[in-house]
Design a protein around this ligand. Sequence first.
Ligand code: IMP
Length: 197
Amino acid sequence: MRVLFVTGNQNKVAEAYGILSPLGFYVEQLFIGGKAPNLVEPQAEEIEEIAKYKLEQAVSLTMGTEFENEAVLVEDSGLFIDSLSGFPGPYSSFVKETIGLSGILSLMSGETDRGAEFRAVAAVHFKGKIMTCTGVCRGFVSENISGDSGFGYDPIFIPEEANGRTCAQLSPLEKSSISHRGFALKGVSELLNPPSK
Ligand code: IMP
């Protein structure tokens, strides 16, 4: 089954492909008129709300096109830092673009509680139904920027199961086996294709 991922982020597409292909789904980035549609991200307190709003836009873009009967996927993620009361959370994109990774490390300078989690909400529309699933990856904010694979906050986020390595020091397979996105997409795959009893 084909899943059309509406995102401008190629890294997310590559990860979704790696996660969903072994489960029997073929992930493709959606292009309309040769372009990845630009979805508006509302200002909201919850990433669930942002994902649902993005899905509404994505579905209306596919209505009346050759894609309208296919599974349409969107996803929203954020880094929630315990000692910053969940900041940057839903503002992760803006914060990454403005103060960047070094800005986050400065905000946490001298902080001993480095606990944080990455959350992803995957939302799919298929045959008139909306299915959503949240994935969480607990971990820590590192003291330094390390590693060069992955994207976004990967060089400063150390998942609990990663033996002290940042996500940017993991292989794509290792990252997806423990990541927020891995859990969210596996959850959604089960909703799309429930295991037979
Ligand atoms: P969004 O889901 O595209 O809004 O992502 C919010 C912010 O989190 C952006 O700065 C992304 O680059 C970053 N981000 C999303 N997923 C990941 C990830 O898996 N690792 C690291 N950063 C991520």
